[in-house]
Write a protein that binds this ligand. Structure first.
Ligand SMILES: Cc1cc2nc3c(=O)[nH]c(=O)nc-3n(C[C@H](O)[C@H](O)[C@H](O)COP(=O)(O)O)c2cc1C
Length: 151
């Protein structure tokens, strides 16, 4: 069943970034979706063990960085190591969104969200946020998730 779901349900690839009192981090996520039109709300599904899960609850804000088709390197950099062990932003040019969330300069777009709800969902938690800032940085194609591209 997992294979059918992974092949059949389309996702992009994103880096979810956070700044909790100066501690900055980012993690790759593909389970991201718009969940409301008015107000504009987005959802990211994040497992409880992730460092980002803890930092977003502390910060109350997060940003969704949309990766472009050529950024599978960034997806790997942010997706296979924890910010508890390494500084994933060390060699990554970035700037701050209006509420302090780091934005990867080379990303195609970002949406900064104010955390509104956290819902439990099986072995993940759904972080739902109001979009408070958003910008298209490059009008290019986005990176699409494919199981065999990353795992
Ligand atoms: C392509 C890709 C997609 C991923 N999607 C998710 C996701 O949607 N939710 C999640 O909790 N982890 C996802 N991960 C795993 C996290 O990015 C990974 O565990 C990361 O190291 C967590 O970093 P952190 O501990 O610094 O927060 C994904 C990883 C990859 C490579």
């Amino acid at each position: 069943m997992q294979t059918v779901v992974a092949k059949g349900i389309t996702h992009g690839v994103y880096v979810i970034t956070v700044n909790a009192g100066g501690k900055i981090n980012g993690m790759t996520a593909s389970w991201v979706s718009q969940v409301s039109f008015n107000p504009l709300m987005l959802m990211v599904s994040i497992a409880p063990g992730r460092y980002s899960n803890e930092l977003i609850k502390e910060s109350g804000y997060f940003a969704i960085n949309v990766l472009s088709a050529k950024q599978d390197g960034e997806a790997r950099l942010f997706g296979f190591r924890s910010g508890r062990d390494v500084d994933k932003f060390k060699n990554i040019a970035h700037f701050k969104a209006p509420n302090g969330s780091p934005v990867i300069e080379s990303a195609m777009a970002y949406c900064e969200c104010k955390l509104a709800h956290v819902f439990s969902a099986g072995d993940h938690e759904l972080f739902v946020g109001d979009v408070v800032a958003a910008k298209l940085l490059k009008d290019v194609n986005q990176l699409l998730f494919a199981w065999d591209k990353f795992f």
